[in-house]
Design a protein. Structure first.
Length: 247
């Protein structure tokens, strides 16, 4: 995959792209990341990329010319997305990440100040938000999306099955994880995980996923197409929670 990032703060990405999964993916040529400094495309002698808004108001607005020039300098592959990270966009989730991972090229436009000139949206295919809050600029949002997408690319993770069990991959939160020691400060690993019975382990894990989701994100439960077995498990969970006075 080819990823191009248009930003006025290219150094922002230095550390994240040289760490952990992203670093390994780049080193193995599973993803190529190209960062363009929008200021390099400004015709202003001071490399200015913003101006006062028409109609008045506080703050500054990013000018369209340098963004268009930076965008037009990028060689486009045959299937690509141009993404503007913005509070007005569609909210990002795991399903969206899977969709983006199928493209050969992603181009990110990172806004700043009060926003970008509206005309830039003519080159945008997707406007994406990572949540209902405001950040200083689009770089953090772009990085969140990039990290989420890159880990879904073939052979990026050490175990290709890992992401399939992540929270939200099937609409549910993840199940609890345990490792050695078997007992720590009187807290024990659930016996089923020590049984070696993988069928029972899988049943336990699925129930825990339903339980975690029901307790922490009940809104997600309402979006699922539960079958009769799921409903029975969920009813058992509700009864257990009532007995334990936790629900």
């Amino acid at each position: 995959m080819q990823i191009d990032i248009l930003t006025i703060f290219p150094n922002f990405f230095n550390s994240p792209l040289n760490t952990s999964i992203l670093k390994r993916a780049i080193e193995k040529n599973q993803v190529s990341i190209n960062i363009l400094n929008i200021r390099d495309f400004s015709e202003n002698k001071h490399k200015k990329v913003d101006d006062i808004p028409y109609g008045g108001g506080c703050g500054m607005v990013m000018k369209p010319e340098p963004i268009f020039k930076a965008y037009e300098s990028i060689k486009k592959l045959d299937n690509f997305k141009t993404i503007l990270v913005s509070p007005q966009g569609k909210v990002f989730n795991q399903s969206y990440a899977k969709d983006l991972s199928l493209y050969k090229q992603l181009i990110f436009i990172c806004g700043h100040y009060e926003g970008i000139d509206e005309r830039v949206k003519n080159i945008v295919t997707d406007e994406i938000s990572i949540g209902d809050y405001i950040l200083t600029g689009g770089e953090l949002s772009a990085l969140v999306i990039i990290d989420s997408v890159v880990r879904l690319l073939p052979n990026v993770l050490g175990n290709q099955e890992s992401w399939k069990n992540d929270s939200f991959s099937d609409g549910l939160l993840d199940y609890p994880h345990y490792t050695r020691p078997r007992e720590f400060r009187n807290m024990k690993v659930p016996e089923v995980l020590l049984s070696g019975n993988h069928q029972e382990i899988n049943k336990w894990r699925y129930k825990q996923k339903l339980k975690n989701t029901f307790i922490n994100r009940p809104d997600l439960i309402n979006k699922l197409n539960l079958n009769s077995d799921d409903i029975k498990i969920l009813n058992d969970i509700k009864e257990e929670l009532k007995i334990n006075n936790n629900y």
